[in-house]
Write a protein that binds this ligand. Structure first.
Ligand code: NAD
Length: 283
C-alpha cells in the first residue's frame, strides 16, 4: 500500500484533545491539514501551531451541507482529499431516563449524524478518485453498552454500524482504494474526562486502561498504512467488551461489580489529583 503523504486531511473536533493530536501527526506526515471544530477560535489556534500546510474552519459536524463545503474547499486547496477524520464527539452521562431530549439529540447529532455527514462528504470526492481514507473515532462504547454512558454508547454503536456497513457497500460496488477504519479506544485523558473524576456515572471510562491522546493518535494514524475496519485500543479491552456484548444476560448481572471496581479506580485517580500528583497516563 502506498503511504498517504500528500493531499488534504480534514480533522473534525480538532480544536483540542484527541483531534488536535491527530491533526498534528497528519501534518507531520506531510499532509495539508484542514483543522475544523465547532469552536472556530480553537481550530484556528491549532492550525497556527501547525504552521505551513494547515488552515482552519469553524465546522459543526451536525450540518451536512457545511461538511460538504469543507470537503470541497479542501480539495480546491490541496488537489485531493486523502484523509477525513471524524473525531468530533460529545459526552453526557447518567441513566438514560434522566437525560433530557436535548442531550439525547445532541449526542446523536454529533456522534452519529456527524460521522455520517463527514463520511458522505468525504466519499463524494474519494469515490470518483477511488482513493482516500475515512478515519472514524468511535469508542469501546461503540462495541458494548456502557452503563452510565448509554445514550453516548447508542450514538457510537450507530457510528460503527454505519462505518463498517459503508465500507462493505464500497467493496460490493467495486471500490478497492477507499478505506474506512474505526478506532475504538478505552478512556482517554482529554478535556472530555478532565471534570469527570467525581462523577460516578462516568466510572466506565476509568474501568480499563486510561490512555493519553498522544498514544491514541499515534495508533489511529497507523491505520493509514494498514487499514482495518476496527482497531480497539488496547486490544485486550476490545476482547473483554466484545465478550460482554456477546453475553448480555451475564453482563447485566456483572455490571454492579464491574462498576464498583471502576468507581474505585476513578476515586483513586481523583485522590491522586487532589494531592497535586500528575495523573496523566504514561502512554
Ligand atoms: N476521552 C475519552 O475518554 C474518549 C474515549 C473514547 C473515544 N473518545 C472519542 O474521541 C473523540 C475526541 O474526543 P476527546 O476526548 O478529544 O474530547 P474533547 O471534548 O476534548 O474534544 C472534542 C472536540 O469536539 C468538538 N465538538 C463538539 N461538538 C462538535 C460539533 N457539533 N462539531 C464539531 N466539533 C465539535 C469540541 O469543540 C472539542 O474540540 C470523540 O469522538 C470521543 O467520543 C473519547
Amino acid at each position: 500500500m502506498n503511504a498517504i503523504t500528500t493531499g488534504a486531511a480534514v480533522v473534525t473536533g480538532a480544536g483540542r484533545g484527541l483531534g488536535r493530536e491527530i491533526a498534528r501527526l497528519l501534518h507531520a506526515r506531510g499532509l495539508t491539514v484542514h483543522v475544523t471544530d465547532i469552536d472556530g477560535e480553537a481550530a484556528e489556534a491549532v492550525a497556527a501551531e501547525l504552521g505551513d500546510r494547515a488552515w482552519s474552519s469553524a465546522l459543526d459536524v451536525s450540518d451536512a451541507e457545511a461538511c460538504r463545503t469543507v470537503a470541497r474547499r479542501s480539495v480546491e486547496r490541496a488537489g485531493a482529499l486523502a484523509v477525513w477524520c471524524n473525531n468530533a464527539g460529545v459526552l453526557h452521562t447518567g441513566v438514560s431516563w434522566e437525560h433530557d431530549e436535548a442531550a439525547r439529540r445532541l449526542m446523536l447529532d454529533v456522534n452519529a449524524h456527524g460521522t455520517m455527514n463527514g463520511t458522505i462528504a468525504a466519499l463524494e470526492h474519494m469515490r470518483p478518485a477511488d482513493q482516500g481514507h475515512v478515519l472514524n473515532i468511535v469508542s469501546l462504547a461503540g462495541l458494548v453498552a456502557a452503563p452510565g454512558e448509554v445514550v453516548y454508547a447508542a450514538s457510537k454503536h450507530a457510528a460503527i454500524a454505519f462505518s463498517i456497513g459503508t465500507l462493505a457497500d464500497l467493496r460490493r460496488t467495486g471500490s478497492r482504494g477507499v478505506h474506512i477504519s474505526c478506532v475504538c479506544p478505552d478512556g482517554i485523558w482529554t478535556p472530555m474526562l478532565f471534570d469527570e473524576l467525581d462523577n460516578p456515572e462516568t466510572a466506565a471510562s476509568f474501568q480499563g486502561v486510561l490512555l493519553s491522546p498522544e498514544y491514541v493518535a499515534s495508533r489511529a494514524v497507523t491505520l493509514l498504512d494498514r487499514p482495518r475496519p476496527v482497531l480497539t485500543i488496547p486490544r485486550h479491552r476490545g476482547l473483554v467488551v466484545r465478550l460482554f456484548d456477546a453475553a448480555p444476560a451475564l453482563a447485566v448481572r456483572l455490571v454492579p461489580h464491574v462498576m464498583a471496581d471502576a468507581r474505585r479506580r476513578q476515586r483513586r485517580l481523583a485522590k491522586r489529583r487532589a494531592r497535586g500528583e500528575d495523573v496523566r497516563p504514561r502512554r
